[in-house]
Design a protein around this ligand. Structure first.
Ligand SMILES: C[S@@+](CC[C@H](N)C(=O)[O-])C[C@H]1O[C@@H](n2cnc3c(N)ncnc32)[C@H](O)[C@@H]1O
Ligand SMILES: Nc1nc2[nH]cc(C(=O)O)c2c(=O)[nH]1
Ligand code: SF4
Ligand SMILES: [Mg+2]
Length: 234
């Protein structure tokens, strides 16, 4: 029987920094690879998604590697405080599957195994791939004109502004929360170039101003700030 391995860039314990669950302790499991960008700087300008702030290539990060289902659940469990020792820590164990694009790898078998280990399972996804059964919290973050594979989620978290993905395009999506997250600077070297005025503005906080202004005019949308970056945690 072929053994299925999950390729993980890194895994770490921190607070969810964004959206409706901001401030909640979570183990982040960052899967390698994305379907909207190969992760190499020289390909950024031709990718479908061009503003990514994350290194998701390979398995060389903290706790990165190729894991069987059982080994990955064990890794994540060991990162949750006290879990491996059976300590009575309050709060439901929570794992956020992100990437790269986690839905390239996350499947029902792994979700079930996380559940069996006592975890609530969240995903951060670009929404272009089918959603496996059983995820407890879906954060959908649509990209440019990439077609969506599903239109129901717990929170819609749109990076703003994106010329090809303005909020009006996503109002048909069923969500409990609608967030705009200001596009942050992603690469100082590129930002130093004169070409990327829009991206440079992210540095001066003007994307935050734009998102704020949109939210004030359209109260359906709330502002999501990347709080982990503000306080300097992962
Ligand atoms: C790195 S992505 C990984 C998950 C998935 N591929 C996705 O795009 O949703 C995690 C979250 O960070 C957001 N993000 C990526 N680059 C960003 C940037 N430069 N500024 C603000 N948010 C960003 C994404 O939109 C997504 O909500
Ligand atoms: N603290 C923290 N919160 C996050 N929310 C979404 C993240 C991601 O990269 O998917 C992220 C992350 O990388 N760190
Ligand atoms: S879809 Fe997500 S992981 Fe992929 S390049 Fe865009 S922000 Fe990064
Ligand atoms: Mg991040």
């Amino acid at each position: 029987m072929a053994t299925n391995f999950y390729r993980v860039k890194e895994a770490f314990y921190t607070l969810q920094g964004e959206g409706a669950q901001a401030g909640r302790a979570a183990v982040f499991c960052r899967f390698s690879k994305c379907n909207l960008w190969n992760g190499r700087e020289e390909s950024r300008s031709t990718a479908v998604c061009q503003f990514c702030d994350t290194d998701f290539i390979g398995t060389d990060g903290n706790n990165g590697g190729e894991y069987s289902k059982q080994a990955l659940v064990e890794l994540v469990s060991n990162l949750w405080p006290g879990k491996s020792k059976g300590a009575n820590i309050q709060g439901k164990p929570y794992v956020v599957c992100t990437g790269g694009e986690p839905l390239l790898q996350l499947d029902a078998a792994l979700i079930n195994a996380f559940h069996d280990a006592g975890f609530e399972v969240a995903v951060e996804t670009n929404g272009t791939l089918p959603l496996p059964q059983g995820i407890d919290w879906v954060c959908l973050s649509p990209k440019a004109d990439a077609e969506l594979a599903f239109i129901r989620c717990d929170e819609l978290k749109l990076v703003y502004p994106q010329l090809l993905a303005m909020p009006e395009r996503f109002e048909h999506i069923e969500a409990d929360h609608y967030y705009l997250q200001p596009m942050a600077d992603y690469q100082p070297v590129v930002l130093a170039s004169d070409k990327l005025e829009g991206a440079k503005e992210g540095l001066s906080g003007s994307n935050t101003q734009k998102a704020l202004s949109y939210c004030l005019k359209h109260p359906k949308w709330k502002l999501s700030l990347q709080t982990h970056k503000m306080i300097g945690i992962e």
